[in-house]
Design a protein around this ligand. Structure first.
Ligand code: 4NP
Length: 144
């Protein structure tokens, strides 16, 4: 799960998908295309919305996406088109590039919809993001 800062959207996506799959079979992690928040806890607003829905994401710490992640993971879900461009740039071949997908393609196939960045907004944005990610992760979990 990849976003820009790895403190708002992708930590939620990581926590939500983890809660829907068997952890002995599927490894879920998140990262940011930027490294400014490496080592930090998720944003307090993400922690709080996750808590509201029964998920604890306080074991997570920010980290920067690396080209090595293409070798580790089968699927790379990005939150928006700008993340898509940044991540695909690091792919070494077409096979790696094919691993990258906009996460909302799961629920709006082919519509090119972004998960809006809630960083500069209020609490409402986080509720919205949580619901979108929950729907998308439900689809991903069914497929996996
Ligand atoms: P995220 O949100 O990509 O959903 O984690 C952001 C977090 C931090 C910043 C931007 C977006 N930032 O500019 O520090």
């Amino acid at each position: 799960m990849v976003c820009l800062g790895n403190i708002c959207r992708s930590p939620l996506a990581e926590g939500i998908l983890k809660s829907k799959v068997d952890p002995s079979k599927i490894i879920v992690e998140s990262a940011g295309t930027g490294g400014w928040h490496a080592g930090e806890l998720p944003d307090p607003r993400s922690i709080s919305i996750a808590q509201k829905y029964g998920l604890d994401i306080t074991d997570q710490r920010g980290r920067k996406f690396s080209a090595y992640d293409f070798e580790t993971y089968d699927y790379i879900f990005v939150m928006d088109n700008s993340n898509y461009r940044d991540v695909v740039q690091l792919a070494k071949d077409e096979i790696e590039k094919q691993k990258v997908q906009l996460i909302l393609d799961e629920i709006f196939p082919g519509e090119n919809v972004d998960v809006p960045d809630p960083y500069f907004g209020g609490e409402h944005g986080f509720e919205n993001v949580y619901k979108m990610l929950d729907d998308a992760c439900e689809k991903i979990a069914e497929r996996l």
